[in-house]
Design a protein around this ligand. Structure first.
Ligand code: FAD
Ligand code: FES
Length: 340
């Protein structure tokens, strides 16, 4: 142990190992620290450094601006310290606070949503109640596998948890889900985590932008917003490579028929055949569709490249940074380790 970290919202100090980041030490100690990407890209772990000094590993300007850094804010997932520090995570009215729980679940159903995305429905057998806000994710452990983050596609009110898991080339856990997971198998679910969730106090237009299995949290957000009586425009953009990657289209068409304020846009980035659909990248579609996004909120989920491409377009269209809520689906290998 090189240093002691006092966390304002936690009664006991925690120890920091050499090269360890504050967030990792806090989570290991069971502290319910807010976090998302764990790679300095989302800002979910933004904290006020009250005492002491930290060294910050690389992070994006989106997660922490120079101005915020100058005000003493840091990112817990990027902060290392050689001496004792005191820190507090930022508490906002927008921060969903739910008890973190570890659930014993059983696979109830498996659905082939596309050629490479499996819908996994889990029934909760023990460890609940599990409360979360639409858009959050959980750490899911399948039998014999390492834990991985997956976003809930189900609404918080639903009894079962539903995940959309894309088989990633060369991936281990997603290959297990695609090929070996069976109904009846036990699964551990720990969470909820993440701050890219539905902000119910906001009443302006919503842009819900999903790439691939990023449709999971976006589905939960859109359905929850509509179920709670949201009347303003809800633009759902679903970006897929090809026709075979489009899923739940009928589901959203039916939802749009019930809620005329839901406008669904499907955009194909690499159609293998002629198509009557809109083509191109999601960020290009958003760029073309809106003169201004001032007052709107965006929820973005999917591959990091898609999230990185769409974010500057939203700010270019005058959306405020605090109105952009993004979960980039970084893999474990892509999450930079401390000191990199
Ligand atoms: C907040 C969050 C939410 C997410 N939600 C979802 C979701 O709802 N649905 C979904 O499908 N995914 C989601 N993900 C992604 C998910 O957590 C996994 O990363 C994904 O399923 C791949 O896991 P895997 O074990 O199959 O792949 P891994 O075994 O982790 O491999 C991933 C990729 O990295 C490569 N790789 C492996 N090891 C190395 C190495 N040492 N060096 C370089 N490359 C390496 C592999 O070849 C592969 O291409 C989410 C991620 C985050 C952070
Ligand atoms: S920036 Fe720290 S968790 Fe995303």
């Amino acid at each position: 142990m090189v240093a002691t970290v006092r966390i304002r919202q936690w009664p006991k100090p925690i120890g920091l190992e050499p090269g360890q980041v504050v967030l990792e030490a806090a989570l290991d100690a069971g502290v319910p620290y807010p976090f998302g990407c764990q790679s300095g890209n989302c800002g979910a772990c933004k904290s006020m450094l009250i005492e002491g000094e930290v060294t910050l590993a690389e992070y994006s300007e989106f997660a922490l601006t120079d101005e915020e850094r100058a005000q003493g804010l840091v990112l817990a997932c990027r902060s290392m310290a050689d001496h004792d520090i005191e820190i507090a995570w930022i508490e906002g009215e927008d921060l969903a606070l739910h008890a973190r729980r570890t659930l014993d679940c059983t696979v109830k159903a498996l659905d082939r949503l596309t050629h490479d995305i499996t819908g996994v429905t889990l029934s909760i057998e023990g460890g609940g109640p599990f409360t979360f806000t639409a858009g959050q994710f959980a750490r899911v452990t399948f039998p014999g596998q390492k834990p991985r983050d997956y976003s809930m596609a189900s609404r918080p009110e639903e009894a079962d948890l539903i995940f959309h898991i894309r088989h990633m080339a060369g991936g281990s856990v997603s290959a297990f889900v695609a090929g070996e997971l069976k109904v009846g198998m036990p699964v551990k679910v720990e969470g909820p985590h993440g701050i890219a969730h539905l902000k119910e106090s906001h009443t302006g237009p919503i842009l819900a932008l999903a790439g691939g299995s990023g449709l999971a949290p976006i589905k939960s957000i859109v359905e929850t917003a509509l179920a709670k009586g949201r009347r303003g425009p809800v633009h759902l953009y679903f970006g897929a490579r090809d026709e075979r990657d489009v899923y739940l289209e009928d589901h959203f068409k039916a939802l749009a028929a019930k809620h005329p304020n839901l406008i669904v846009h499907v955009v194909l980035s690499a159609p293998s055949d002629t198509t009557s659909r809109r083509t191109g990248f999601l960020h290009e579609a958003v760029l073309a569709d809106f003169p201004s996004l001032d007052g709107a909120k965006a929820y973005v989920a999917g591959p990091p490249l898609m999230v990185d491409a769409v974010t500057p377009v939203l700010t270019q269209k005058k959306m405020r940074r605090e109105d952009i809520h993004a979960d980039a689906f970084y893999t474990e290998a892509e999450k930079p380790k401390a000191g990199t």
